[in-house]
Design a protein around this ligand. Structure first.
Ligand SMILES: *Cc1c(COP(=O)(O)O)cnc(C)c1O
Length: 470
């Protein structure tokens, strides 16, 4: 036995001490203040208490970590957290993380973890089918989140447009000035990704949005024609299905049409909104997504699993291979004669955690039906919140069927300052958390619902708190 294992008795004792604490947190999350008071020096002093020059008893170390997470974090699992697509994790997904940590499957080479690799492949195919992709064309990968997935999409689009890009890099562009389009409401991971791939910020055309904060079709068409005429290479259009700020869903069929006419890669960032395909009544909201060359969706945003679970999907079965394949002499060879895909040849990451297990175990336990019901619960709560706010005289500022509500109060002198001060007061009360987001340039209050444990009574309470904070 090595010291890192601890003894079986000691392990059991640690579990016996830890599990009740975790369970108490999970069961009684709502008894806590949602957000901590922010004091960087205090947190640094706490963290600096140990310099690792002496070993700390394991029980003490674990208590220290748990107590400080209780004290110093915004409790996103709290049912009154109306935040930024950070869910409360469901229990099977928590077990999934524990199991994955024990077995530590290596998702780089198929032969090292055939079960894990095939589970992920299966989930990619099943989710792809729900987006309307033809089964035989689906490829994809689990990612660390939406940012990595968008980066993957941009790399695929570049390799599609410039077939020598994988080898020649930016030299493959020749005189073409590649540009990518998105709306001014798109997630800024697009900008980061453009920087990472060497296109830079100036290559990202942030098109204006219409009154519903959806990518403007006339602006898209005009710019496409103009850029083509100027000899620029339009590599891709990135539509958003559920923008981060207002959950607006771009007009996917119309954008698909424009992309088809101009032979441009159509990428849909459905980081948040993608989960809507899991309820048959809501699939129509994402109509047109089946025409996307690539889609990203975050499992960790609306599907109640731990942070760090995203997904990239494409209906070009060879593009990930062309984008990422390298051969490495040190990789295991056992799979070389089998008809399998080594995950590392299709992903940015190399060694990779069994991310798919969080979704797989959740699906095994709850089924698609369980997810459909949870999605419906959130959508219903979103509608209920809109109703209650309107009844109390608030104005809804965004236009989406998704459970994100941006709202303001009529008749205030400075609407932005008003929203910021109400938000601050509510966060200071400690009973709820919400944020502020500028809609058409003016800050509004923003409440998003992604917590399956939130109830209509919680919504009532939020509306009361808002009244108290005015
Ligand atoms: C959150 C978000 C992202 C980034 O995803 P991460 O998982 O945070 O990396 C990308 N696009 C949209 C629309 C998002 O809401």
């Amino acid at each position: 036995m090595t010291p890192f294992d601890l003894t079986p008795d000691h392990r059991r004792q640690l579990f016996d001490e830890l599990l009740p604490q975790l369970e108490a947190y999970y069961t009684h999350t709502r008894d806590r203040r949602v957000a901590p008071k922010l004091d960087p020096q205090r947190v640094r002093d706490v963290v600096g208490q140990f310099d690792f020059s002496r070993a700390v008893p394991a029980g003490e170390a674990v208590d220290f970590v748990v107590n400080n997470l209780l004290e110093y974090q915004v409790h996103v699992p709290h049912p009154m957290y109306y935040g930024l697509y950070n869910p409360r994790t469901n229990f099977p997904s928590i077990l999934a993380d524990l199991i994955a940590a024990y077995f530590n499957p290596q998702l780089a080479a198929w032969s090292h973890s055939p079960f894990a690799a095939e589970v992920e492949r299966y989930l990619i195919r099943e989710y792809g089918k729900r987006f309307g992709y033809g089964e035989s064309t689906i490829d994809g990968t689990f990612t660390s989140g939406g940012a990595e997935a968008n980066l993957t999409g941009i790399l695929c689009a570049l390799n599609h447009r410039f077939p020598t890009f994988a080898n020649r890099g930016y030299r493959a562009f020749g005189d073409a000035g590649p540009v990518i389009y998105c709306s001014d409401q798109a997630h800024h991971s697009v900008v980061k990704a453009a920087r990472v791939v060497g296109l830079g910020l100036d290559s990202v055309v942030q098109l204006p949005t219409d009154a519903g904060l959806r990518l403007s079709l006339p602006a898209l068409r005009k710019r496409l024609t103009a850029d083509r005429a100027a000899g620029r290479e339009v590599v891709m259009v990135i539509a958003t299905a559920g923008t981060t700020g207002t959950a607006s869903i771009d007009d996917l069929p119309a954008i698909a049409e424009a992309c088809a006419e101009h032979d441009v890669w159509f990428h849909v960032d459905a980081a948040f909104g993608g989960a809507a395909v899991l309820h048959q009544d809501y699939r129509a909201w994402l109509r047109g997504i089946e025409r996307a060359d690539s889609i990203i969706t975050d499992i960790h945003k609306w599907l109640s699993v731990p942070m760090g679970t995203g997904m990239f999907l494409t209906r070009h079965p060879d593009i990930l291979d062309r984008t990422f394949r390298t051969t490495a002499e040190y990789m295991p060879r056992e799979g070389s004669t089998l008809s399998i895909v080594d995950p590392y040849t299709h992903t940015i990451q190399w060694s990779r955690r069994f991310l798919g297990l969080r979704m797989y175990l959740s699906l095994l336990v709850f089924g698609w039906q369980g997810y459909a019901e949870t999605i419906r619960h959130h959508v219903d709560l979103g509608n209920y919140l809109r109703e209650r706010l309107t009844a109390r005289g608030w104005i809804i500022e965004n236009d989406t069927p998704l459970p994100v509500v941006c709202f303001s109060r009529p008749g205030t002198n400075d609407a932005g300052a008003f929203a910021r001060s109400v938000c601050q007061r509510i966060v200071d009360f400690g009973e709820a958390w919400l944020s502020v987001y500028p809609v058409r340039g003016v800050d509004t209050l923003r409440a998003g619902i992604t917590n399956y444990a939130s109830t209509p009574e919680d919504i009532d309470r939020l509306v009361d708190l808002l009244d108290a904070a005015v």
